[in-house]
Design a protein around this ligand. Structure first.
Ligand SMILES: Cc1cc2nc3c(=O)[nH]c(=O)nc-3n(C[C@H](O)[C@H](O)[C@H](O)COP(=O)(O)OP(=O)(O)OC[C@H]3O[C@@H](n4cnc5c(N)ncnc54)[C@H](O)[C@@H]3O)c2cc1C
Ligand code: SF4
Ligand code: SF4
Ligand code: SF4
Length: 389
């Protein structure tokens, strides 16, 4: 005897209360149970309508991002939400034409579909550039200008920044900057891990009480853990306020590997004026400009970066990156009240020029952030290709 799927009572097949869902007939004890069951279909239709005006998302996307990389948990949420989906060969598959309504993608627990899960909490987004001609930054020179503002306004007494070593060209050397000159020479990006935490501890030990700290997400996370974990060196950090300036970050490379790569291309490190990663290209400015596909450097990419999922340094006060802004500008995400206030004050005092970041430019940030979030899922593929971690 069939069972009413709502109240679980056994019901006679001759009951007048019946519904068909995904080609299967269901039987109910009453109009009330039938109504509850039919509501389910209505909610799928409602979700379909609300997604209709957004980007078309087909089952192919779910297949590409979740099913093919082998991270589908076979929870069945996608199958439950669409009549053209079923399970075959141990995975969700199409059994009819897909209308690209996006419902299955939005139900899957493994997809990332909200902005905050891609870039963390953000109060406001900007594109900005320095107003100080002496600042020669990587993008808009905004990080350097923010530090100059904070130091000159007496808001910080030092900054932990990374400069290029004088002995080993392009080797990242973290320093405690307490002068305009030291902050100015820290401008620019070095695509090698910088061991900033020891320098931060030294700054505190030497008596700094308000410190501007710059680093990518892995460095910002280290600061937060040392501040907040029960086993962190809290007693040290209680003596200092730390303004966290996070850098967007996709990759760093092994120093020796990077050096060897460039030397093999006939570009010794001392001749290089600037390195930049943009749109999947590695740009190197020496006597002339050289451009390589970023994938040429895959083999030298640090293993830790392959499993890192935070592009935008989500736990900072302010985050800075190139993606989303035009040449000569930095994208800025203001996350905390303190970050937003200082950023706007730096603009009011003439250190930087700020403009709101347009929606389509923020989409570029979200796109890169997504690529970073899902790279964990690609590990299996990388191992299969023999690239390892
Ligand atoms: C390793 C790395 C990877 C990056 N990847 C991306 C990316 O994929 N997409 C993107 O949009 N942006 C990326 N960025 C951020 C971007 O390169 C700029 O740092 C950012 O746009 C700010 O530019 P700016 O001109 O305002 O900074 P600037 O005024 O030039 O200041 C740069 C600051 O970065 C610090 N710094 C430089 N190298 C390091 C390092 N290795 N570790 C810690 N601090 C360092 C310096 O101390 C300085 O304070 C990356 C940065 C780094 C360091
Ligand atoms: S819910 Fe169905 S129709 Fe909609 S995208 Fe997924 S498979 Fe295609
Ligand atoms: S909803 Fe996602 S995790 Fe669940 S079965 Fe479908 S693809 Fe797999
Ligand atoms: S990719 Fe992640 S782990 Fe690698 S340097 Fe950047 S923030 Fe750190």
């Amino acid at each position: 005897m069939p069972v009413d799927p709502i109240c679980k009572m056994q019901v006679d097949e001759k009951t007048p209360f019946k519904s068909i869902y995904k080609n299967k007939e269901y039987y109910f004890c009453s109009e009330n149970c039938k109504k509850k069951f039919d509501e389910l279909d209505k909610s799928v239709i409602r979700v379909r309508r609300s997604l209709k005006d957004k980007e078309k998302i087909s089952f192919g996307k779910l297949k590409r991002e979740i099913i093919d990389p082998g991270i589908c948990t076979l929870c069945g949420a996608c199958v439950a939400s669409c009549e053209v989906l079923t399970v075959a060969g141990g995975k969700p598959v199409l059994k009819g034409p897909c209308t690209a309504c996006g419902v299955c993608y939005n139900q899957c627990p493994r997809t990332i579909t909200t902005e905050s899960s891609l870039i963390g909490n953000v109060r406001d987004v900007f594109t900005a550039k320095t107003m100080l001609p002496e600042v020669k930054g990587q993008d808009g020179g905004v990080v350097t200008s923010m530090l100059l503002y904070a130091l000159e306004e007496g808001l910080i007494d030092s900054a932990v920044v990374t400069v290029k070593s004088e002995e080993e060209p392009w080797w990242p050397m973290p320093i405690i900057a307490q002068s305009r000159e030291d902050i100015l020479r820290s401008a620019g990006s070095i695509y090698v891990h910088s061991m900033t935490m020891e320098t931060l501890m030294s700054a505190i030990k030497k008596g700094s009480r308000s410190i501007g700290f710059v680093g990518p997400s892995c460095n910002i996370d280290a600061v937060n853990k040392m501040q907040n974990s029960p086993y962190g060196l809290l007693h040290m950090f209680m003596r200092a306020n730390i303004l966290k300036l996070g850098l967007f970050c996709m990759d760093t490379f092994d120093y020796k590997g990077l050096k060897q790569f460039l030397e093999e291309k006939g570009i010794p490190l001392p001749t290089i004026r600037e390195m930049k990663i943009r749109k999947g290209k590695f740009q190197v400015k020496a006597d002339v400009e050289h451009i390589f596909p970023l994938s040429d450097l895959d083999v030298h990419r640090n293993g830790s970066c392959t499993v890192c999922t935070d592009l935008t340094a989500e736990k900072s006060d302010l985050s800075f990156g190139g993606v989303g802004s035009k040449e000569g500008y930095s994208t800025v995400l203001a996350r905390t009240g303190l970050g937003l206030e200082l950023f706007q004050d730096a603009a009011d005092r003439g250190y930087i020029k700020i403009e709101p970041l347009e929606r389509h430019d923020l989409e570029k940030v979200l796109h890169q952030a997504k690529a970073k979030k899902v790279q964990m899922y690609m590990i299996k593929k990388r191992i299969e290709k023999g690239k390892g971690l």
